[in-house]
Design a protein around this ligand. Structure first.
Ligand code: AMP
Ligand code: ZN
Length: 475
């Protein structure tokens, strides 16, 4: 096997992966803020961590993965200004904040299932860990924090090398972190605790030594990662936006709590953005695509997984319906190949799939190079020297790391079929049967009439389609 190399945002370089305990690699991934549905960009972040986890398992490592659920504390700006996203969403919809959190948490988990993202060992909720956050705050308050009327703030000048991860320093802040909290000693200082104002009523509030209020967002990840993975674990992940504010702040907290320069994790890994023509996809902009939108338009969730695998996780990926349709066609071809191999099934061949497994391993071991791994799968499946039964066995092995569900997907699952199409599958099958009968009887006007009728309902009849489809929905 090729040794695994992963890109560390801390050093801005690819490094050999050396876990503290190969039998138990510990990974913490910053989870979603559950004030809305996850958009396709957010889901890219968890497809990345899933590929990381699956690669580790495939290479024989044991794994403990944690994805937290942010149900309190994340403000409309990452840099501690604006309203709490959860409070604002609950207020806008007139719903109870706990119901809002439960609804979107459940929807997020359903999205992960649909994308074949494996369940992490733990999905901790921030609101279940507030006492731990208060204890953490108390431990660092005296040496690292100061009080302002609206809360307890972390003084970023009290830890070594603040901003190293972001590539900025406390006195040279990125634009995003300049915010309006009066009295902060440094622009990059951030809230550990946000004390409610005298007339302020938050739906989520707790008593603390700094008054009734709510925890700052960054605190939860330092507390939950420690609670589930210990004070130093192997890999911390998040989207590339977290490299600028959230993760530098977590690191500062970890250093303050531990009393050392240790950041808390050996590797800090970040996925790049999913963008569309208008820019980065974001929940706060309101206009964003969810997995449900994609299914509504007739696409299979795993076509999106394949679309993400076609790009390296550190590259920006542009979303377009054309890209998604191309990925779905590629998936369809793979599924069709599996069906053909199953139909043959013979087990005598002149070669084994082992060289392909080695190439797959080499690609994934090179900082999870999935775009390089996918053609290895195609080539292996097409290699006629390998017996069909052996190709199927190798496919099962490859799919354990790719997670495309190639052994369970059926061709029919991948038919592009928008929820709003005017006729169902059984109706189409019946009309096509009539058309076949008309053609057999050489009644071509009748056959053409049926084709036109289906076209009016948004269904295109596909005579002689190379992929063997009878029809497709026009979108
Ligand atoms: P949030 O729910 O905003 O806390 O984000 C959940 C995860 O999605 C975080 O790791 C973000 O960094 C990541 N993320 C947010 N927007 C995008 C995007 N457009 N593309 C990829 N990842 C994203
Ligand atoms: Zn986090």
């Amino acid at each position: 096997m090729t040794p695994l190399t992963l890109y560390n945002s801390l050093t801005r370089s690819a490094e050999p992966f050396v876990p503290a305990d190969p039998a138990n690699v510990r990974i913490y991934s910053c989870g979603p803020t559950v004030y809305h549905y996850a958009h396709l960009g957010n889901l890219r972040a968890y497809l990345f961590t899933d590929t990381l986890g699956r690669t580790l398992t495939w290479k024989g490592y044991g794994l403990t993965h944690v994805i937290n659920i942010t149900d309190v504390g994340h403000l409309t700006s990452d840099a501690d200004s604006g309203d709490d996203k959860m409070e604002a969403a609950a207020k806008a919809s007139g719903r109870d904040i706990w119901a809002v959190a439960a609804h979107y948490t459940q929807a997020f988990k359903a999205n992960l299932k649909d994308l074949n993202v494996r369940d992490p060992a733990h999905f901790p909720l921030a609101t279940d860990h507030v006492p731990g956050m208060i204890a953490f705050g108390e431990a660092i308050a005296e040496r690292h924090c100061y009080r302002l009327p609206d809360g307890l703030y972390f003084d970023t000048s009290t830890v070594p090398d603040y901003g190293r991860l972001a590539g900025t320093h406390a006195d040279g802040p990125a634009e995003a972190r300049i915010d309006a909290v009066a009295g902060k000693r440094h622009a990059a200082d951030f809230a550990i605790w946000r004390t409610s104002g005298p007339d302020e009523h938050r739906q989520m509030e707790w008593d603390s030594p700094w008054g009734r209020g709510a925890p700052g967002w960054h605190l939860e990840c330092s507390v939950m990662s420690r609670r589930y993975l210990g004070d130093h674990f192997d890999i911390h992940t998040g989207g590339i936006d977290h490299r600028e504010i959230h993760h530098p702040n977590e690191i500062a907290q970890n250093q303050a709590y531990g009393g050392t320069a240790d950041t808390g994790a050996t590797l800090w890994m970040h996925n790049n953005f999913l963008v569309d023509r208008t820019g980065k996809m974001s929940k706060s902009s309101g206009a964003f695509l969810t997995l449900a939108t994609l299914v509504e338009r007739g696409f299979h969730p795993l076509a999106y997984r394949l679309m993400c695998l076609q790009a390296h996780y550190r590259s920006e990926l542009e979303f377009s319906w054309e890209n998604l349709a191309a990925a779905q066609t590629r998936l369809k071809r793979l599924v069709q190949t599996v069906a053909a191999l199953r139909a043959r099934g013979d087990s005598k061949g002149a070669a084994t799939a082992a060289p392909y497994a080695e190439r797959l391993d080499a690609a994934l071991s090179d900082d999870l190079n999935t775009p390089k791994a996918l053609p290895v799968l195609d080539e292996m499946l097409a290699d006629k020297r390998i017996a069909p039964a052996d190709r199927l066995a190798a496919l099962a092995d490859f799919d354990a790391v790719l997670g495309l569900g190639l052994l369970t997907l059926a061709r029919e699952d991948l038919r592009v079929r928008p929820a709003r199409a005017g006729i169902d599958d059984a109706g189409i099958a019946a009309r096509l049967e009539e058309r076949r009968a008309a053609r057999a009887a050489k009644d071509f006007p009748r056959s053409d009439a049926i084709r036109d009728e289906l076209a009016a309902l948004g269904v295109e009849v596909m005579d002689g389609d190379p992929l063997g489809w009878d029809w497709k929905v026009t979108i």
